[in-house]
Ligand binder design. Structure first.
Ligand SMILES: [Zn+2]
Ligand SMILES: [Zn+2]
Length: 296
């Protein structure tokens, strides 16, 4: 059996991610407060996805044409105004309300005081990977978390997974057109050692050959960088795949090393690797993690 070329997110996506984040809280004490907060947010994503009825239901055949012609059926430009993502945001804020610290509470107040148009403007910033103003930036991870719930729900309702993207479009999600957050090398028997890119918005995974740069497509000039512990062993099951052809890197989560390695959770927990690479100044990140908006 060939491994699938494109898979849509499963119902337990956020539950597994929250579990992994709670493990990482213990393992990476330098980031424990941040990872604890993210674990709460991701647990709330799971609750909203599970409990809340969708605010909008597309017609059963709404995406047939796009699927037939190999176009991303859930492109956000066409859908943002229709999908009632702000209902998911309200539910998400309620979900984290009693679990977060005093320091994060003003974020909730600030989001609740915004008009629908202001919230849509924040959503567009998240979806177009713009870092936003200094005041907006801390709000954007919560907006992104709500958008992820909305898009994962839409993706799960598709009649089938989209086809593998054409070579010229293989750096973007075939379901929603967004860039990957990272890639993941799976460990289960039927796709052991197979690499997928993981969408930053809808969590679709699509196959990309290993030892090939996801941004420029070159394969000959890749190096793999990771964080080591005091014994020189890998500290986390994630590396940066860095390309000397285009000078970009994308993180890759290694399920062969750890069965629960997650392209978002381990990515957040390995922030020290991004800081190290930023300091070196040679490689720029090509992945986009909307739960972690970094300023210019
Ligand atoms: Zn996507
Ligand atoms: Zn490259």
């Amino acid at each position: 059996m060939d491994p699938p070329s494109v898979t849509l997110a499963g119902a337990d996506l956020f539950q597994k991610r929250a579990t992994r984040l709670r493990e990482l809280v213990v393992q990476v004490p330098a980031l424990d407060e941040f990872l604890e907060f993210m674990a709460r947010v991701v647990q709330a994503q799971h609750q909203v996805l599970t409990d809340k009825a969708p605010g909008w239901k597309p017609a059963p055949d709404a995406f047939d044409e796009a699927l037939k012609h190999g176009l991303p059926p859930l492109g956000y430009q066409a859908l943002l105004r229709d999908v009632h993502w702000q209902g998911d945001l309200s539910a998400l804020l309620e979900g984290v309300e009693f679990h977060i610290g005093q320091r994060q509470r003003p974020l909730l107040e600030s989001l609740r005081s915004k008009t629908a148009d202001e919230l849509d403007a924040l959503a567009v910033n998240v979806l177009e990977a713009r870092s936003g103003s200094h005041e907006e930036r801390p709000l954007m991870p919560l907006v992104a978390a709500a958008l992820q719930v909305t898009w994962v729900r839409l993706a799960q309702a598709l009649p089938r997974a989209p086809d593998k993207p054409a070579v010229q479009a293989e750096a973007l999600c075939p379901t929603c057109g967004c860039p990957p957050v990272a890639s993941v090398i799976h460990g289960e028997q039927y796709r052991s050692g197979v690499r997928y890119l993981h969408c930053s918005l809808c969590a679709t995974e699509w196959h990309l050959e290993r030892v090939k740069c996801s941004l420029c497509g070159e394969g000959g000039q890749l190096i793999y960088l990771g964080l080591d512990d005091e014994n020189g062993k890998p500290f986390l099951p994630i590396q940066a795949e860095a390309c000397d052809h285009c000078d970009h890197y994308l993180k890759v989560a290694l399920r062969e090393q750890h069965g629960r390695a997650d392209p978002v959770a381990d990515n957040l927990a390995s922030l020290a690797l991004d800081l190290m690479l930023a300091e070196e100044g040679k490689y720029s990140p090509s992945g986009y993690n909307p739960l972690l908006i970094v300023g210019d």
